[in-house]
Design a protein around this ligand. Structure first.
Ligand SMILES: CSC[C@H]1O[C@@H](n2cnc3c(O)ncnc32)[C@H](O)[C@@H]1O
Ligand SMILES: [Zn+2]
Length: 436
């Protein structure tokens, strides 16, 4: 039987319109997991007798937000190491604690992050971590869409490296297409500064063999770029190019320190960039050259990075930061307009992780959608609703969320996960971690 949802009197974000118009008022019809109608009114062809009818008045509907880089279980370490630069933060704070993480820690830490993301309108997230079976279980249970990968740090003997690669490959095989197709998998050596060249080459070969994309951290700090030149005589982009990384569909996190030539190389290979402005500011890594990347034709999407370097998973905040920082840095108020920031948080995210049928509210697309409560003081008057989403909104304004046409957040409450239990268990995990 067809499950039908009819939303009337709503305002909907349209981010692909030829006219330049960014929102329309009207009616949407969803059948099962897809949008089948978006227009002024309800055509007679739709049987309304057994449909769920939603009054969209006072709501603005957006495509679900897509967080293209993060480490969800790091919510366990939120506030544990603040106000440090990347290398000392990783080496002195994060890695010693992560070495003690159990599968249970990763399960509860991820569940906590997924509750936060769903309630804040994120319908798809990218996750690079360890104990990834636990992350995949959270995707199955919560209804979220996940692009998942076992991240591998290669600062270890070769046999341990090989075991990590094997685990990454096995995870990618086991979970690709699972959770009703909501899970996709990727292979991910952590970074050029933590993975020797031969280890990266093995990942590239495995990605070819399995027809999978690649993801890594790249050019996040100036120090990392300088170290790469010292160690290998090349900046990270040329180094990864030489190792064949860009011969696969790939996307990189950060890309803060890039030359014009490197931007041209990324554009040439269609490498997408996950821009993480909140994390880059907090770790004092710098500001990525996003307007230049976009002008060169590079797909730039948005990520929060882990909750220990952000310290929340609010994609509205990332969109706002992206819209604001690049105006400030360039002196050009048109550098990233509101609609472009919303595209970075939605449709460009879908392009980054090669999901052709999410990221836009259009007929034929998956019904991954967020309803924002616009009957609030900070959204009045209803001039330009897309502008309001970027310059005035936060995760707290999200009222309802659907993924694959299934409602996962209703009136601000997560329907699929037990938030109270997750908050309790995660606090316990952190306390036990300190004792270990
Ligand atoms: C091997 S799993 C992922 C690994 O990445 C670490 N991490 C978290 N944030 C960052 C960042 O901004 N740059 C580089 N690496 C990061 C995390 O602690 C895990 O160990
Ligand atoms: Zn990261």
């Amino acid at each position: 039987m067809t499950k039908r949802i009819i939303i009337e009197n709503g305002a909907f974000a349209v981010l692909n319109a030829q006219s330049g118009q960014t929102s329309i008022k009207g009616t949407m019809v969803i059948e099962n997991d897809r949008i089948v109608h978006l227009g002024d009114s309800l055509p007679a062809q739709f049987d309304t007798s057994d449909a769920e009818r939603i009054n969209g008045k006072g709501l603005f509907f957006l495509p679900g937000l897509i967080n293209t880089h993060g480490h969800a279980a790091m919510s366990l370490l939120r506030g544990y190491g603040d106000d440090m630069v990347l290398q000392s933060w990783l080496q002195e704070k994060m890695w010693p604690m992560e070495a003690k993480f159990t599968s249970q820690d990763v399960y509860w830490g991820t569940a906590l992050s997924v509750v936060e993301m769903l309630k804040g309108g994120t319908t798809t997230f990218v996750d690079m971590y360890d104990h990834m079976d636990e992350v995949a279980k959270v995707c199955e249970q919560s209804g979220i869409r996940g692009c998942l990968m076992r991240g591998a740090i290669g600062l270890c003997p070769e046999d341990v490296q090989d075991a990590k690669l094997k685990e990454a490959v096995q995870f990618a095989k086991d979970w690709n297409g699972k959770a009703n197709g909501r899970i996709t998998t990727v292979l991910a050596p952590h970074a050029p500064y933590t993975c020797p060249p031969a280890f990266i080459e093995k990942f590239v070969q495995a990605a070819h063999d399995m027809d999978l994309p690649l993801h890594t951290h790249m050019s996040e700090t100036k120090a990392e770029v300088e170290q790469n030149v010292k160690d290998y005589g090349l900046r990270p982009v040329a180094h990864l190019e030489k190792l064949g990384f860009f011969s696969r569909p790939s996307f990189i996190a950060h890309g803060v320190h890039l030359t014009d030539e490197e931007i041209a190389t990324l554009a040439h290979y269609h490498v997408a960039v996950s821009h993480n402005p909140g994390s880059n500011l907090k770790l004092a890594s710098g500001v990525a050259r996003v307007p230049e990347l976009l002008r060169a034709g590079v797909v730039v999407s948005l990520g929060t990075d882990g909750p220990a370097s952000n310290n929340n998973l609010d994609m509205f905040e990332e969109m706002r930061l992206a819209a604001l920082i690049h105006k400030g840095v360039s002196g050009d108020p048109t550098a990233i307009p509101a609609a472009e920031a919303l595209r970075m948080g939605t449709v460009y995210g879908a392009k980054t992780i090669s999901l052709p049928d999410v990221g836009l509210l259009e007929v034929g697309m998956k019904a991954d959608m967020v309803a924002v409560d616009i009957d609030q003081a900070h959204f009045i008057p209803h001039t330009d609703l897309v502008s309001h989403m970027i310059y005035s909104a936060s995760a707290k304004d999200v009222k309802h969320v659907w993924i694959d046409g299934e409602q996962v957040v209703k009136n601000g409450e997560c329907l699929t996960l037990d938030e109270e239990r997750i908050r309790h268990e995660t606090q316990q995990c952190f306390e036990q971690l300190l004792q270990r």
